[in-house]
Write a protein that binds this ligand. Structure first.
Ligand SMILES: Cc1cc2nc3c(=O)[nH]c(=O)nc-3n(C[C@H](O)[C@H](O)[C@H](O)COP(=O)(O)O)c2cc1C
Length: 222
C-alpha cells in the first residue's frame, strides 16, 4: 500500500532555504519505501484569492471545483489523490507566507463544496518552516499552518520529542543569530537540529499514513 504525499513549497524563492528544507523531509519520507511524492512550488503559479462567491457551495460538480479558473484547477485533483500533505512556508512576520495563505484559502471548496465537502477529513498533514531568527516566529508560523489542518479534521503529525512540537523548524542564519556567510545562500542546511526535525517529520508522515490506511482496510474487512 503506497503512501502518496503532496509537498507544497510556499516560498517565492525557488532553490531557497525553504525548498532545501522541504527536500530533506521528502528524501527522508522516500527512504521509508513505497512512497510517491508530488512536489508543487507556489512560486510562479497563478493562484487567485478566494472571492467568497460561494459558487462551490451550490454549483460545484465532480471535476469542477471552483468558479475561479487558474492553476488551482490542476492542483485540486492532486490534493484529492494525496494521503498526506507537507505544507512548507518561510516565516513571514511570524506567520505563514501570503503565497501559502492564498493557497490554503482556496481549500474552502474541498471543505464546504457541494460535491467535495469534507474531502480533507482524515488526510495526514505536517508543517515546515524556515526563519532567519531563532525567536521571531517559527512556532507561530507552524501553528498558523496546522490550525488550518485541525479545522479541516486532518490528522496532524509533528516531529515530536527533542525538536519542535508544532512541525519542522529550521534556521537560515547561523544558529538563528541573524549573522550569515553572504556566500552561502542555503544556511538552513547547516542547522543540524532543524534538519533532524524535517527528516523526522518525513518519516512520521509516512508511518502515520501507513497506520491509518491499514486501519481503514482492516475496518472494511471487519
Ligand atoms: C516579508 C518577509 C518577512 C519575514 N519575516 C520574518 C520573521 O518574522 N521572522 C524571521 O525569523 N524571519 C523572517 N523573514 C526571513 C525569512 O523567514 C528567511 O529569510 C527564510 O530563510 C526565507 O526562506 P527562503 O530562502 O525559502 O525564501 C522574513 C522574510 C521576508 C521576505
Amino acid at each position: 500500500m503506497d503512501t502518496n504525499i503532496l509537498a507544497v513549497c510556499g516560498s517565492p524563492i525557488r532553490g531557497g532555504n525553504m525548498e532545501a528544507f522541504l527536500n530533506e523531509a521528502i528524501k527522508s519520507a522516500r527512504r521509508m519505501g513505497g512512497v510517491n511524492v508530488d512536489m508543487i512550488q507556489l512560486a510562479g503559479k497563478h493562484i487567485e484569492d478566494c472571492r467568497h462567491c460561494n459558487w462551490c457551495l451550490t454549483r460545484q460538480e465532480e471535476g469542477k471545483f471552483c468558479a475561479i479558473k487558474d492553476d488551482m484547477s490542476e492542483i485540486y485533483p492532486k490534493i484529492l489523490a494525496a494521503d498526506a500533505l507537507l505544507l512548507a512556508t518561510p516565516t513571514y512576520i511570524t506567520r505563514l507566507s501570503g503565497y501559502l495563505a492564498t493557497f490554503l484559502d482556496r481549500f474552502r471548496c474541498l471543505i464546504l463544496g457541494k460535491h467535495y465537502r469534507g474531502a480533507m477529513k482524515g488526510k495526514v498533514g505536517g508543517a515546515l518552516t524556515v526563519a532567519w531568527m531563532r525567536n521571531a516566529g517559527l512556532e507561530t508560523t507552524l501553528l498558523s499552518v496546522i490550525s488550518s489542518m485541525l479545522m479541516w479534521s486532518m490528522v496532524v503529525v509533528t516531529p515530536g520529542e527533542g525538536t519542535c512540537p508544532f512541525g519542522a523548524a529550521g534556521l537560515s542564519s547561523d544558529q538563528g543569530t541573524g549573522k550569515a556567510d553572504p556566500e552561502d545562500k542555503l544556511g538552513v542546511l547547516k542547522d543540524e537540529t532543524g534538519l533532524r526535525s524535517a527528516r523526522t517529520l518525513g518519516e512520521r508522515i509516512v508511518e502515520t499514513t501507513r497506520i491509518l490506511k491499514a486501519g481503514r482496510e482492516a475496518l472494511k474487512q471487519a
